[in-house]
Design a protein around this ligand. Structure first.
Ligand code: SF4
Length: 357
Protein backbone atom coordinates (compact mmCIF):
# COMPACT_ATOMS: atom_id res chain seq x y z
CA UNK A 1 0.00 0.00 0.00
CA UNK A 2 1.12 3.57 -0.68
CA UNK A 3 2.18 5.85 2.12
CA UNK A 4 -0.63 8.28 2.84
CA UNK A 5 -0.53 11.87 3.90
CA UNK A 6 -1.53 11.87 7.57
CA UNK A 7 -4.90 13.47 8.17
CA UNK A 8 -6.94 13.64 11.33
CA UNK A 9 -9.82 11.22 11.72
CA UNK A 10 -13.41 12.30 11.72
CA UNK A 11 -16.61 10.32 11.92
CA UNK A 12 -19.45 10.39 9.39
CA UNK A 13 -22.20 8.26 10.88
CA UNK A 14 -20.59 4.84 11.34
CA UNK A 15 -17.81 5.56 8.85
CA UNK A 16 -14.41 6.76 10.04
CA UNK A 17 -12.70 9.03 7.56
CA UNK A 18 -9.06 10.11 7.51
CA UNK A 19 -5.96 8.93 9.34
CA UNK A 20 -5.22 5.32 8.44
CA UNK A 21 -8.85 4.33 7.86
CA UNK A 22 -9.64 2.96 4.38
CA UNK A 23 -10.20 5.52 1.64
CA UNK A 24 -13.96 5.45 1.26
CA UNK A 25 -16.08 5.51 -1.88
CA UNK A 26 -19.02 7.80 -2.15
CA UNK A 27 -21.39 8.89 -4.86
CA UNK A 28 -24.53 10.95 -5.29
CA UNK A 29 -28.04 9.82 -6.16
CA UNK A 30 -29.59 11.27 -9.30
CA UNK A 31 -33.19 10.61 -8.32
CA UNK A 32 -35.53 13.35 -7.14
CA UNK A 33 -34.82 13.21 -3.39
CA UNK A 34 -38.49 13.99 -2.67
CA UNK A 35 -39.28 10.66 -4.35
CA UNK A 36 -38.14 8.71 -1.33
CA UNK A 37 -38.87 5.25 -2.70
CA UNK A 38 -36.84 5.80 -5.88
CA UNK A 39 -34.02 7.36 -3.85
CA UNK A 40 -33.91 4.49 -1.33
CA UNK A 41 -33.95 1.99 -4.19
CA UNK A 42 -31.00 3.71 -5.83
CA UNK A 43 -29.10 3.88 -2.53
CA UNK A 44 -29.56 0.10 -2.22
CA UNK A 45 -28.05 -0.36 -5.70
CA UNK A 46 -25.18 1.96 -4.78
CA UNK A 47 -24.53 0.00 -1.60
CA UNK A 48 -24.55 -3.33 -3.44
CA UNK A 49 -22.02 -1.94 -5.94
CA UNK A 50 -19.67 -0.95 -3.09
CA UNK A 51 -20.72 2.62 -2.22
CA UNK A 52 -19.85 3.43 1.39
CA UNK A 53 -21.49 6.84 1.73
CA UNK A 54 -24.16 8.48 -0.36
CA UNK A 55 -25.02 12.10 -1.00
CA UNK A 56 -28.48 13.33 -1.90
CA UNK A 57 -29.41 16.73 -3.32
CA UNK A 58 -31.55 18.81 -0.97
CA UNK A 59 -32.74 21.73 -3.11
CA UNK A 60 -36.04 22.47 -1.33
CA UNK A 61 -38.46 21.67 1.50
CA UNK A 62 -39.93 18.68 -0.37
CA UNK A 63 -36.51 17.06 -0.43
CA UNK A 64 -36.04 17.73 3.31
CA UNK A 65 -39.34 16.01 4.12
CA UNK A 66 -38.16 12.68 2.68
CA UNK A 67 -34.81 12.69 4.46
CA UNK A 68 -35.95 11.00 7.67
CA UNK A 69 -37.27 8.00 5.76
CA UNK A 70 -34.17 7.91 3.54
CA UNK A 71 -31.66 8.10 6.40
CA UNK A 72 -33.51 5.36 8.31
CA UNK A 73 -33.60 3.02 5.33
CA UNK A 74 -30.11 3.69 4.00
CA UNK A 75 -27.45 1.04 4.72
CA UNK A 76 -24.77 3.75 4.43
CA UNK A 77 -24.44 7.24 5.95
CA UNK A 78 -26.43 9.87 4.07
CA UNK A 79 -24.95 13.26 3.20
CA UNK A 80 -27.19 16.24 2.42
CA UNK A 81 -26.00 18.41 -0.46
CA UNK A 82 -27.00 21.99 0.22
CA UNK A 83 -26.50 25.14 -1.81
CA UNK A 84 -27.69 28.69 -1.04
CA UNK A 85 -30.22 27.85 1.70
CA UNK A 86 -28.63 27.41 5.10
CA UNK A 87 -32.04 26.73 6.65
CA UNK A 88 -32.26 23.55 4.56
CA UNK A 89 -28.98 22.43 6.12
CA UNK A 90 -30.39 23.01 9.61
CA UNK A 91 -33.51 21.02 8.77
CA UNK A 92 -31.53 18.23 7.09
CA UNK A 93 -29.55 17.77 10.31
CA UNK A 94 -32.85 17.40 12.18
CA UNK A 95 -33.80 14.63 9.74
CA UNK A 96 -30.81 12.49 10.67
CA UNK A 97 -28.20 13.04 7.95
CA UNK A 98 -24.64 12.14 8.95
CA UNK A 99 -22.94 14.92 7.04
CA UNK A 100 -23.83 18.10 5.20
CA UNK A 101 -22.00 19.27 2.13
CA UNK A 102 -22.00 23.05 1.92
CA UNK A 103 -20.24 25.62 -0.18
CA UNK A 104 -19.56 28.45 2.29
CA UNK A 105 -19.23 30.82 -0.66
CA UNK A 106 -22.92 30.60 -1.56
CA UNK A 107 -24.49 30.15 1.86
CA UNK A 108 -25.22 33.83 2.42
CA UNK A 109 -22.53 34.94 4.88
CA UNK A 110 -20.53 33.91 7.89
CA UNK A 111 -23.41 34.06 10.34
CA UNK A 112 -25.32 31.44 8.40
CA UNK A 113 -22.25 29.26 8.14
CA UNK A 114 -21.83 29.45 11.92
CA UNK A 115 -25.47 28.51 12.49
CA UNK A 116 -24.97 25.39 10.40
CA UNK A 117 -21.70 24.55 12.20
CA UNK A 118 -23.34 25.04 15.59
CA UNK A 119 -26.22 22.72 14.76
CA UNK A 120 -23.85 20.18 13.19
CA UNK A 121 -21.67 20.28 16.32
CA UNK A 122 -24.63 19.72 18.61
CA UNK A 123 -25.72 16.69 16.59
CA UNK A 124 -22.35 15.08 15.87
CA UNK A 125 -22.82 15.77 12.18
CA UNK A 126 -19.80 16.34 9.93
CA UNK A 127 -19.53 19.12 7.36
CA UNK A 128 -17.88 19.04 3.99
CA UNK A 129 -16.47 22.42 3.09
CA UNK A 130 -16.73 22.29 -0.67
CA UNK A 131 -15.04 25.28 -2.25
CA UNK A 132 -16.12 26.11 -5.75
CA UNK A 133 -14.35 28.37 -8.23
CA UNK A 134 -17.68 29.95 -9.20
CA UNK A 135 -18.26 31.42 -5.75
CA UNK A 136 -14.86 32.58 -4.57
CA UNK A 137 -14.65 35.73 -2.48
CA UNK A 138 -13.99 38.93 -4.45
CA UNK A 139 -10.77 39.82 -2.65
CA UNK A 140 -9.36 36.36 -3.36
CA UNK A 141 -10.32 36.52 -7.03
CA UNK A 142 -8.57 39.88 -7.34
CA UNK A 143 -5.55 38.87 -5.27
CA UNK A 144 -4.93 35.68 -7.26
CA UNK A 145 -6.11 37.02 -10.62
CA UNK A 146 -8.86 34.46 -11.05
CA UNK A 147 -9.85 31.04 -9.83
CA UNK A 148 -6.41 29.43 -9.81
CA UNK A 149 -5.67 26.40 -7.58
CA UNK A 150 -4.01 28.83 -5.12
CA UNK A 151 -7.18 30.91 -4.96
CA UNK A 152 -9.29 27.83 -4.21
CA UNK A 153 -6.90 26.83 -1.43
CA UNK A 154 -6.85 30.33 0.02
CA UNK A 155 -10.63 30.34 0.21
CA UNK A 156 -10.81 26.85 1.75
CA UNK A 157 -8.21 27.67 4.39
CA UNK A 158 -10.05 30.86 5.27
CA UNK A 159 -13.28 28.94 5.90
CA UNK A 160 -11.46 26.25 7.86
CA UNK A 161 -9.79 28.79 10.15
CA UNK A 162 -13.07 30.55 10.67
CA UNK A 163 -14.78 27.32 11.75
CA UNK A 164 -11.81 26.35 13.94
CA UNK A 165 -12.03 29.68 15.77
CA UNK A 166 -15.64 28.80 16.44
CA UNK A 167 -14.53 25.43 17.84
CA UNK A 168 -15.72 23.27 14.94
CA UNK A 169 -13.32 20.59 13.67
CA UNK A 170 -15.53 17.80 12.33
CA UNK A 171 -14.96 18.57 8.68
CA UNK A 172 -13.80 17.25 5.32
CA UNK A 173 -12.50 19.58 2.62
CA UNK A 174 -12.95 19.53 -1.14
CA UNK A 175 -11.94 21.83 -3.95
CA UNK A 176 -13.98 21.99 -7.12
CA UNK A 177 -11.81 21.97 -10.21
CA UNK A 178 -12.90 20.30 -13.43
CA UNK A 179 -9.60 19.28 -14.95
CA UNK A 180 -7.04 16.84 -13.67
CA UNK A 181 -3.92 19.08 -13.53
CA UNK A 182 -5.76 21.86 -11.65
CA UNK A 183 -7.26 19.28 -9.28
CA UNK A 184 -3.86 17.79 -8.55
CA UNK A 185 -2.25 21.17 -7.98
CA UNK A 186 -5.06 22.44 -5.75
CA UNK A 187 -5.15 19.39 -3.46
CA UNK A 188 -1.36 19.21 -3.26
CA UNK A 189 -1.32 22.82 -2.04
CA UNK A 190 -4.22 22.26 0.33
CA UNK A 191 -2.59 19.26 2.00
CA UNK A 192 0.27 21.52 3.11
CA UNK A 193 -2.19 23.86 4.82
CA UNK A 194 -4.71 21.63 6.61
CA UNK A 195 -4.82 18.17 8.13
CA UNK A 196 -8.54 17.52 7.62
CA UNK A 197 -9.62 14.55 5.50
CA UNK A 198 -9.73 15.38 1.81
CA UNK A 199 -12.67 14.56 -0.43
CA UNK A 200 -11.12 14.08 -3.86
CA UNK A 201 -12.51 13.87 -7.36
CA UNK A 202 -12.52 15.60 -10.69
CA UNK A 203 -15.84 17.34 -10.81
CA UNK A 204 -18.13 17.03 -13.84
CA UNK A 205 -15.52 14.80 -15.44
CA UNK A 206 -17.73 14.05 -18.45
CA UNK A 207 -19.51 11.15 -20.14
CA UNK A 208 -18.58 7.61 -19.12
CA UNK A 209 -15.50 6.94 -21.27
CA UNK A 210 -13.93 10.41 -21.20
CA UNK A 211 -14.92 11.00 -17.59
CA UNK A 212 -13.43 7.69 -16.47
CA UNK A 213 -10.09 8.56 -18.03
CA UNK A 214 -10.11 12.06 -16.56
CA UNK A 215 -11.08 10.74 -13.12
CA UNK A 216 -8.46 8.00 -13.25
CA UNK A 217 -5.76 10.55 -14.03
CA UNK A 218 -6.95 13.15 -11.49
CA UNK A 219 -7.87 10.85 -8.61
CA UNK A 220 -5.15 8.34 -9.43
CA UNK A 221 -2.38 10.93 -9.37
CA UNK A 222 -3.59 12.24 -6.00
CA UNK A 223 -3.80 8.74 -4.55
CA UNK A 224 -0.31 7.93 -5.78
CA UNK A 225 0.89 11.09 -4.05
CA UNK A 226 -0.71 9.81 -0.83
CA UNK A 227 -3.59 12.30 -0.88
CA UNK A 228 -7.28 11.66 -0.45
CA UNK A 229 -9.47 10.13 2.24
CA UNK A 230 -12.76 9.77 0.40
CA UNK A 231 -13.35 9.54 -3.33
CA UNK A 232 -16.19 10.51 -5.61
CA UNK A 233 -16.01 9.78 -9.31
CA UNK A 234 -18.26 12.25 -11.10
CA UNK A 235 -19.58 10.90 -14.42
CA UNK A 236 -22.48 11.60 -16.71
CA UNK A 237 -23.55 8.04 -15.97
CA UNK A 238 -25.36 6.20 -13.19
CA UNK A 239 -24.05 6.44 -9.61
CA UNK A 240 -23.53 2.68 -9.71
CA UNK A 241 -21.07 3.16 -12.59
CA UNK A 242 -19.36 5.88 -10.56
CA UNK A 243 -18.88 3.49 -7.65
CA UNK A 244 -17.57 0.69 -9.88
CA UNK A 245 -15.13 3.13 -11.50
CA UNK A 246 -13.98 4.43 -8.10
CA UNK A 247 -13.25 0.87 -6.95
CA UNK A 248 -11.18 0.19 -10.05
CA UNK A 249 -9.23 3.45 -9.62
CA UNK A 250 -8.53 2.75 -5.95
CA UNK A 251 -7.39 -0.78 -6.71
CA UNK A 252 -5.27 0.28 -9.71
CA UNK A 253 -3.58 2.93 -7.54
CA UNK A 254 -2.80 0.33 -4.88
CA UNK A 255 -4.94 2.20 -2.36
CA UNK A 256 -7.47 -0.59 -1.68
CA UNK A 257 -8.04 -4.18 -2.67
CA UNK A 258 -11.54 -5.31 -3.55
CA UNK A 259 -10.79 -8.70 -5.06
CA UNK A 260 -8.92 -10.22 -7.99
CA UNK A 261 -7.45 -8.13 -10.75
CA UNK A 262 -8.01 -9.21 -14.33
CA UNK A 263 -5.08 -9.01 -16.70
CA UNK A 264 -5.72 -9.52 -20.40
CA UNK A 265 -3.45 -9.12 -23.37
CA UNK A 266 -4.13 -6.55 -26.10
CA UNK A 267 -4.05 -9.37 -28.71
CA UNK A 268 -1.92 -9.33 -31.84
CA UNK A 269 -1.37 -11.35 -34.98
CA UNK A 270 -0.44 -14.42 -32.88
CA UNK A 271 -3.82 -14.49 -31.14
CA UNK A 272 -5.65 -17.81 -31.42
CA UNK A 273 -8.75 -17.26 -29.27
CA UNK A 274 -11.49 -14.67 -28.74
CA UNK A 275 -9.78 -12.77 -25.88
CA UNK A 276 -12.42 -10.01 -25.36
CA UNK A 277 -15.20 -12.56 -25.06
CA UNK A 278 -13.20 -14.87 -22.79
CA UNK A 279 -12.01 -11.93 -20.65
CA UNK A 280 -15.62 -10.81 -20.09
CA UNK A 281 -16.56 -14.33 -18.97
CA UNK A 282 -13.56 -14.65 -16.67
CA UNK A 283 -14.28 -11.21 -15.21
CA UNK A 284 -17.81 -12.37 -14.33
CA UNK A 285 -16.37 -15.57 -12.82
CA UNK A 286 -14.03 -13.73 -10.46
CA UNK A 287 -16.38 -10.85 -9.58
CA UNK A 288 -17.50 -12.44 -6.31
CA UNK A 289 -14.01 -13.57 -5.20
CA UNK A 290 -12.32 -11.69 -2.40
CA UNK A 291 -8.64 -12.53 -2.68
CA UNK A 292 -6.22 -10.11 -4.34
CA UNK A 293 -5.19 -12.52 -7.09
CA UNK A 294 -4.06 -11.60 -10.55
CA UNK A 295 -5.95 -13.64 -13.14
CA UNK A 296 -4.78 -13.51 -16.75
CA UNK A 297 -6.50 -14.04 -20.08
CA UNK A 298 -3.93 -14.30 -22.85
CA UNK A 299 -4.33 -14.75 -26.59
CA UNK A 300 -1.70 -17.35 -27.46
CA UNK A 301 0.09 -20.32 -25.94
CA UNK A 302 3.58 -19.39 -27.14
CA UNK A 303 3.81 -16.06 -25.37
CA UNK A 304 0.80 -15.80 -23.08
CA UNK A 305 1.91 -17.80 -20.02
CA UNK A 306 5.37 -16.21 -20.02
CA UNK A 307 4.04 -12.67 -20.47
CA UNK A 308 1.64 -13.20 -17.58
CA UNK A 309 4.03 -15.01 -15.24
CA UNK A 310 3.10 -12.61 -12.42
CA UNK A 311 -0.46 -13.87 -12.41
CA UNK A 312 -1.73 -16.41 -9.89
CA UNK A 313 -3.74 -18.18 -12.57
CA UNK A 314 -4.24 -17.64 -16.28
CA UNK A 315 -6.02 -19.04 -19.29
CA UNK A 316 -5.12 -19.18 -22.95
CA UNK A 317 -5.62 -21.73 -25.69
CA UNK A 318 -6.10 -22.65 -29.30
CA UNK A 319 -9.39 -23.09 -31.14
CA UNK A 320 -9.46 -26.70 -29.85
CA UNK A 321 -7.57 -26.67 -26.60
CA UNK A 322 -7.93 -24.67 -23.43
CA UNK A 323 -4.85 -24.11 -21.30
CA UNK A 324 -4.55 -23.10 -17.68
CA UNK A 325 -1.31 -21.79 -16.28
CA UNK A 326 -0.08 -20.79 -12.85
CA UNK A 327 2.71 -18.24 -12.43
CA UNK A 328 3.63 -18.77 -16.08
CA UNK A 329 3.72 -22.61 -15.95
CA UNK A 330 1.12 -24.64 -17.81
CA UNK A 331 -0.75 -26.86 -15.34
CA UNK A 332 -3.73 -28.14 -17.34
CA UNK A 333 -4.82 -28.77 -20.90
CA UNK A 334 -8.55 -29.28 -21.43
CA UNK A 335 -10.96 -29.31 -24.37
CA UNK A 336 -11.57 -25.68 -25.39
CA UNK A 337 -15.25 -25.81 -24.37
CA UNK A 338 -14.31 -26.92 -20.82
CA UNK A 339 -11.87 -24.06 -20.17
CA UNK A 340 -14.12 -21.95 -17.95
CA UNK A 341 -15.22 -24.96 -15.94
CA UNK A 342 -11.59 -25.94 -15.39
CA UNK A 343 -10.71 -22.38 -14.39
CA UNK A 344 -13.56 -22.42 -11.90
CA UNK A 345 -12.08 -25.57 -10.33
CA UNK A 346 -8.64 -24.02 -10.13
CA UNK A 347 -10.07 -20.87 -8.54
CA UNK A 348 -11.76 -23.04 -5.90
CA UNK A 349 -8.43 -24.82 -5.26
CA UNK A 350 -6.74 -21.45 -4.90
CA UNK A 351 -9.45 -20.30 -2.53
CA UNK A 352 -9.05 -23.43 -0.39
CA UNK A 353 -5.30 -22.89 -0.25
CA UNK A 354 -5.77 -19.25 0.78
CA UNK A 355 -8.23 -20.08 3.53
CA UNK A 356 -6.13 -23.03 4.74
CA UNK A 357 -8.89 -25.62 4.10
FE1 SF4 B 1 -0.03 -11.37 -28.82
FE2 SF4 B 1 0.10 -13.68 -27.52
FE3 SF4 B 1 1.08 -11.45 -26.35
FE4 SF4 B 1 -1.53 -11.74 -26.67
S1 SF4 B 1 -0.21 -13.03 -25.40
S2 SF4 B 1 -0.35 -9.94 -27.17
S3 SF4 B 1 -1.68 -12.84 -28.58
S4 SF4 B 1 1.84 -12.47 -28.20
Amino acid sequence: MLERNKTRQIRVGNVVMGGDSPITIQTMTNTNTADTLATIEQIEDIYKAGGELVRVAVPDEDAVKGLREITKASPVPVIADIHFHHELALKAIDQGVAKVRINPGNLGGKEKLLQVAEKAGENGVALRIGVNAASLEKDILQGYQGDSPSALVKSAVRHVHYLEKFGFYNMVISLKASDAPATFQAYSLLAREVDYPLHIGVTEAGPYYRGTVKSAVGIGSLLMAGLGDTVRVSLTASPVEEVKTARLILQAAGARVFGPELISCPTCGRCEIDVPNLAAKVEALIASKEYPWKIAVMGCVVNGPGEARNSHLGVTGTPRQGIIFKHGEIIRRVPRESLLEALQEELSNLESAESGI
